[in-house]
Design a protein around this ligand. Structure first.
Ligand code: GLN
Length: 451
């Protein structure tokens, strides 16, 4: 049924870069066979899923939304891919994304933008716009995204779906193409909080193949999602997540959500986190710096595209020509910025200062979580914007992640869930819930209570 739905609507939505029809049917049949053989399978066995095209899939193309990996067929599965398959989850295909996960609208995909199912002339958010759009268009009931600065939560907010960035280290990054390794985190996307929890428990947990993976039990998120409650909880509202640039309807729906939390028995506490104002600037030094190092592996020798290799050119020239042709503008912008920020003589002034800001943000969170159990905010300052509106204005695009980036900087956990529609445009608004590291269960407990 989902394959038929994809066939019917994806020409318009363009959530998928690759639909693996035969592979999905084979996986579904394999689940039947495992069941028939008496194997006890988990609750998601046989449930279809849309996988962000940043996770390697053995034998199935993985492009990361870039021309530089066009035609590359990975020889191995990412840990996330493997865990999904082991649980019997059926992978329908790979979803569209901003190239190398750099963007907030999916317009930076080398394969064309994805439409927001609520209004196809608007963006679904990014970088994981394909995954969230697939959910909103009922092309898949589950999806996987990655969140470096908001790429799970911001698309969830803009498409009226649920998205969770687990605690950093909670989900393995092995086989997840690296953008900014100290920030990147894979996580579940779904249409309900409980569905996201079920998926969370399938993909999370220690992986010896990822040195930053946390070796501790996964928080009991399914149990939390089944027992939603905020009674007696202290909920923080941060001053820095409001003010100029926030759409009136977004603020209105957020304030209503805070009222609901109070009505359900939570105590609301106002918080000041002054370093959050610097988060965006620090992020746009740290993320490009790490990306300039990570993307060095795309050298025309090891993977995918190779341009100009006619026997007359040096390896360096072939690498340069391949990168010129294979990387899009945003990727080039970040590699240039990151290379500059890391260069000798500038390292301390740029990367070093940004790392200090990162420590201050972590301390702001630590102080906040001495006073509250969770923090809430709007997920994004505005609802979905028209395709093209911010495409030539990187600064305007970067503002979409104002509320999501601090969490990545500190490594703690956060969720976005639907919070009604903005009265002025009828588009979805997202409520963000933030919890301390390894307290991912609190997101689900609160999320399930207000859903
Ligand atoms: N929009 C942010 C960026 O472009 C975040 C992207 C992400 O989370 N992958 O860097």
């Amino acid at each position: 049924a989902h394959l038929a739905r994809i066939e019917a609507v994806d020409e318009k939505v363009h959530a998928f870069l690759h639909v693996d029809r035969e592979g999905a049917l084979a996986q579904a049949r394999a689940v039947d066979a495992r069941r028939a053989a008496g194997e006890e399978l988990g609750p998601l066995a046989g449930v279809p899923l849309a996988l962000k095209d940043i996770f390697t899939t053995e034998g199935v193309p993985t492009t990361v939304g870039s021309k530089i990996l066009e035609g590359w067929i990975p020889p191995y599965d990412a840990t996330v891919t493997k865990r999904l398959k082991d649980a019997g989850v059926v992978i329908l295909g790979k979803t569209n994304m901003d190239e190398f996960a750099m963007g907030s609208s999916t317009e930076n995909s080398a394969y064309g933008p994805t439409g927001n199912p609520w209004d196809l002339t608007r963006v679904p958010g990014g970088s994981g716009g394909g995954s969230s759009a697939a959910l909103a268009a009922y092309e898949a009931p589950l999806a996987i995204g990655t969140d470096t600065g908001g790429s799970i939560r911001q698309p969830a907010a803009l498409t009226g779906t649920v998205g969770v960035k687990p605690t950093y280290g909670g989900v393995s990054r092995y086989g997840m193409v690296a953008f900014s390794s100290s920030l990147d985190q894979g996580g579940p996307c779904a249409r309900t909080v409980l569905d996201a929890a079920l998926l969370h428990e399938v993909i999370a947990g220690h992986d010896p193949m990822d040195s930053t993976s946390i070796d501790a039990p996964v928080p009991s998120v399914v149990e939390a999602a089944r027992n939603g409650s905020v009674a007696g909880m202290r909920v923080g509202v941060v001053n820095q997540f409001s003010g100029e640039g926030y759409q009136a309807g977004v603020v209105q729906r957020f304030e209503e959500a805070v009222e609901l939390l109070t009505k359900l028995g939570a105590t609301v506490v106002e918080l000041d986190c002054p370093s959050f104002d610097l988060a965006l600037s620090a992020y746009y030094l740290i993320a490009p710096s790490e990306c300039s190092s990570n993307l060095a592996r795309f050298d025309a020798m090891r993977y995918g595209l190779r341009v100009g290799d006619d026997g007359t050119r040096s390896a360096e020239d072939v690498t340069a020509l391949t990168r010129e042709a294979g990387f899009g503008d945003e990727v080039k912008r970040r590699v240039i910025l990151g290379t500059y920020a890391l260069s000798s003589g500038y390292y301390d002034a740029y990367y070093g200062s940004a790392q200090k800001v990162r420590t201050l943000i972590t301390r702001d969170f630590e102080k906040a979580f001495e006073q509250v159990d969770v923090i809430v905010s709007p997920t994004t300052p505005t609802t979905a914007f028209p395709i093209g509106e911010r495409a030539d204005d990187p600064m305007a695009m970067y503002l979409a992640d104002l509320c999501t980036i601090p969490t990545n900087m500190a490594g703690n956990a956060a969720m976005s869930l639907p919070c009604g529609l903005a009265p002025e445009d009828g588009l979805p608004v997202g409520l963000q819930i933030i919890a301390p590291a390894m307290k991912d269960d609190r997101l689900y407990k609160v999320g399930a209570a207000v859903e």
